[in-house]
Design a protein around this ligand. Structure first.
Ligand SMILES: Cc1cc2nc3c(=O)[nH]c(=O)nc-3n(C[C@H](O)[C@H](O)[C@H](O)COP(=O)(O)OP(=O)(O)OC[C@H]3O[C@@H](n4cnc5c(N)ncnc54)[C@H](O)[C@@H]3O)c2cc1C
Length: 345
């Protein structure tokens, strides 16, 4: 029955733009639903959750996983309805000013306005297409790193040639017993300085790729690599294998529903409006002159999109929410905050 409820705004995408929009729409006292295609919130940040983030205004440098935690907590302030594992593929504009959003599994959600915050689409890691790879995903074959310390004192093999592979090699060189990097091309798609540091700190095999794993079905013990130039093969002892071959992105069909696009992105104006009245957009999926493709840029878009959605529904509404210090919604919460004992009291 929940799906048949009508929402003031439905936000598609649970990355920084969508999460912040959910919070801000709560500040505007809207009835909010957030729909995320994956089984977790955080968006693209989940793919570099162990990296430190330095450039979000007012926050000390922190691991991305921590930032996700804060974003999710903040998004929950006004208790929006959150739906996971549903990818929105199409929408219909019903006669009475209601949008029907349809998921890939055929379910429908009803809403008076929409904020599309789908970033780069539903990103999935590019998995290794070799026999038995799947068997080891639960043990020592990794596609993302949650905790660098897990690799301390181990023999680690990394496959990949982009920024993430090189960054991980450098980070792990400080902790692991040994780091080996395998890349199918001689050149790396990463910052030159980092590549030369990596060549000093890790054993690098190029142009090579992983041919097969040798293990007992529970854990990989050795990796067979092959030179793409000579066909020569080598077997390397390993404790852990990390594959960093980038992402495939499922970009939703929403783009084909009559919304103006440019270079694969949704065109928005300075009010975060798309070409369809009632549908707004925020974050990396959107484009306009001067658009900032950073977490801070996603926050700004989110505020503009929510305010525009509010005005769309209630033209006489204020242009923006009251700032926190003057906002009645926070009165009780502020009291609780101020009464909370601090560590020094
Ligand atoms: C390697 C890398 C490092 C970066 N480092 C920084 C940094 O240090 N600082 C910084 O400020 N920025 C950084 N960025 C940029 C930052 O990650 C993005 O600007 C930010 O993630 C954009 O947020 P978003 O919410 O627009 O999109 P995303 O984070 O991509 O989130 C979109 C969400 O929408 C979901 N979704 C997609 N399609 C659908 C659908 N049809 N239905 C339902 N859900 C859907 C996705 O699953 C995803 O969860 C980095 C980017 C990269 C690639």
């Amino acid at each position: 029955m929940q799906n048949q409820d009508l929402y003031d705004v439905t936000i598609i995408g649970g990355g920084p733009a969508g999460l912040y929009a959910a919070f801000y729409a709560g500040m505007r006292e809207m009835k909010v639903k957030l729909i995320e295609g994956k089984d977790e919130l955080g968006g693209f940040l989940q793919t570099y959750s162990d990296k430190a983030i330095w450039d979000v205004g007012g926050l000390p440098p922190m691991k991305c996983a921590k930032l996700i935690e804060h974003l999710v907590q903040q998004a929950g302030t006004f208790e929006p309805t959150v739906v996971l594992k549903q990818t929105i593929d199409t929408f219909n504009h019903l006669n009475d000013g209601v949008f029907e959003l349809q998921t890939h599994t055929g379910e429908s959600h009803y809403t008076r306005t929409v904020i599309i915050a789908i970033g780069r689409g539903v990103a999935e890691v590019q998995r290794l297409d070799i026999h038995s790879a799947k068997d080891y995903e639960r043990s020592n074959l990794h596609y993302t790193i949650q905790n660098l310390d897990y690799f301390a004192g181990k023999k680690v093999l990394i496959s990949g040639g982009g920024n993430s592979a090189v960054d991980w090699a450098l980070e792990l060189a400080e902790r692991a017993c040994s780091v080996t990097v395998v890349h199918r091309q001689d050149s790396f798609r990463a910052m030159e300085h980092n590549v030369s540091q990596m060549r000093r700190k890790a054993e690098v095999y190029t142009p090579c790729h992983i041919e097969r794993f040798y293990g007992n079905g529970q854990r990989i013990h050795q990796v067979g690599i092959v030179s793409t130039a000579t066909g020569e093969t080598v077997r390397l002892d390993v404790d852990e294998v990390i594959v960093s071959h980038g992402y495939t992105s499922h970009v939703s069909n929403l783009a084909r529903c009559g919304l103006d696009m440019h270079e694969g992105m949704l065109v928005m104006n300075q009010w975060a409006e798309t070409s369809v009245p009632g549908i707004f957009t925020a974050g990396d999926c959107a484009m306009r002159e001067g658009k900032v493709r950073l977490i801070a840029g996603a926050f700004n878009d989110a505020i503009v999109a929510v305010n525009s959605a509010k005005k769309f529904l209630e033209p006489a509404a204020a242009g923006m929410a009251y700032v926190s210090s003057h906002n009645e919604l926070f009165r009780e919460k502020n009291r609780a905050l101020h009464n909370k004992p601090t560590s020094s009291s």
